[in-house]
Design a protein around this ligand. Structure first.
Ligand SMILES: [Zn+2]
Length: 107
């Protein structure tokens, strides 16, 4: 019995189906599988950046959460090491600023 060929499930914006054979046990061909993984990675990175831009870095707990998310992003390959370093530096500044504000006597 011949093996069934599963065709790629990708459809273009013009609603034309990709004519390539899907990767084994996948729904997409090599090209579209790689493209989908790249898009998913970009969306995760954008969500992470949006979260960090809007994260309330007004207490040590939220700063620690941001540090953990940043390092996890680097470990998962979503954030390169240079960007991770920049983000950790900014978080360190936020932490130092918060510490200084708490040490100052209130007027
Ligand atoms: Zn395809």
């Amino acid at each position: 019995m011949p093996a069934r060929r599963v065709m790629c499930q990708h459809f273009s914006e013009e609603d034309v189906r990709c004519g390539a054979v899907a990767m084994r046990r996948q729904r997409y061909c090599f090209h579209h599988l790689r493209e989908r993984k790249l898009v998913a990675r970009m969306k995760r990175e954008q969500a992470r950046q949006r979260w960090l831009e809007h994260a309330p870095l007004d207490n040590f707990k939220s700063i620690n959460v941001a540090i953990i998310k940043t390092v996890n992003g680097m470990l998962l390959g979503d954030i390169d090491s240079d960007r991770c370093g920049q983000m950790l530096h900014k978080l360190a500044l936020a932490s130092a600023s918060l510490r200084k504000a708490q040490e100052e006597p209130s007027a």
